[in-house]
Design a protein around this ligand. Structure first.
Ligand code: NCD
Length: 306
């Protein structure tokens, strides 16, 4: 494994499989235990550095580090010296001086975790940078697919919606490809990034045509906060063409599953009855996020102290 986890491409097939297998072992070790804690990272310090809003990912990383018995410091830009204009570099040097072994960072600027990795001695884990990457989300998604379908190799995954603004889509395309899955992106042309043709994925515009050929359909949130222009005529029109409702879900093969990284816009990209259906893995994804992140922290920080 590399020292940092900045993007899906940092993991080759063996590394990615090792993370998933380790997460499975952790799940097994903790299942049925009253005290859901392992002593593995006792004495290590993990700093969660969140410059951008987050619910699931922040809580998930915090819980993951605590369940490994690390000391955890949660730092959010609001209420810190960042709001006084302190630069990322100065913040990094402060963390360095305090001896952080691992830094988990979410930032609105694509590439911020890469910069940080140059300034600190500990391992940097990207928890989402701008529209770039979110590798631990891709790992927990791969873990969830493998858990539900029993394999990743050859699995047909259709990722639907706002690909343009989605770091989840970018990381998933890379990691799923590494793990042997076949990825198709379905989106309105305005919500596909320039250069998508060079990604290891098929591209289509017709959701109804893609669904019968999907083992997994992953719905993306329409990221209104990152849109400074009108990318589609109206919310109603978007949902009519690209939303997953019960009628569309019925076109999926019998065993197929429905995923969403959250937060959802219920009624927009996904209907409530789909989100709450038995095909939906949305709640499992959240639970699997903790074990997958424990596996990442364990593999990156678990070695002997330097
Ligand atoms: C995603 C994110 O922040 O990139 N959410 C998450 O981490 N669970 C997706 C999103 O915001 O739509």
């Amino acid at each position: 494994m590399k020292r940092h986890l900045l993007e899906a491409a940092d993991l080759d097939r063996d590394d990615a499989t090792l993370v998933l297998d380790t997460a499975a072992q952790i799940d097994q070790a903790l299942a049925g235990r009253e005290v859901k804690k392992l002593p593995t990272l006792r004495g290590r310090t993990v700093v969660n550095l969140f410059y951008e809003d987050s619910t699931r990912t922040r809580i998930s990383f915090e819980l993951a580090a605590k369940r490994l018995s690390a000391d955890v410091i949660n730092f959010s830009a609001k209420g810190s010296s960042v709001s006084k204009g302190e630069s990322l570099k100065d913040t990094a040097l402060t963390l360095e001086a305090m001896g952080a072994d691992g830094v988990v960072v979410r930032h609105s600027a694509s590439g911020a975790p890469h910069r940080l990795a140059h300034w600190v001695r500990g391992s940097v884990v990207n928890a989402g940078d701008g529209t770039h990457e979110h590798p631990t989300q891709a790992l927990l998604d791969a873990y969830t697919i493998r858990q539900r379908l029993g394999r990743l190799d050859g699995v047909r995954v259709t990722i639907v919606g706002d690909v343009l603004h989605s770091r989840v889509a970018r990381s998933n395309v890379g990691l799923l490809h590494t793990l042997g899955a076949q990825v198709t992106l379905v989106a309105p042309p305005t919500l596909l990034p320039v250069g998508v043709g060079s990604w290891p994925a098929e591209v289509g515009y017709d959701l109804d045509a893609a669904l019968p050929k999907s083992d997994v359909v992953m719905m993306l949130r329409v990221q209104a906060e990152r849109m400074n222009a009108s990318f589609f005529p109206s919310a109603r029109e978007y949902s009519r063409r690209y939303g997953l409702d019960a009628r569309r879900m019925a076109a999926l093969p019998d065993e197929a599953i429905v995923m969403h990284p959250g937060p959802m816009n219920r009624g927009m990209e996904i209907a409530a009855e789909v989100a709450d259906s038995v095909r939906s893995t949305i709640v499992e994804q959240v639970a699997n996020g903790v074990s997958t992140r424990m596996a990442v922290l364990y593999l990156l920080l678990g070695g002997s102290p330097q």
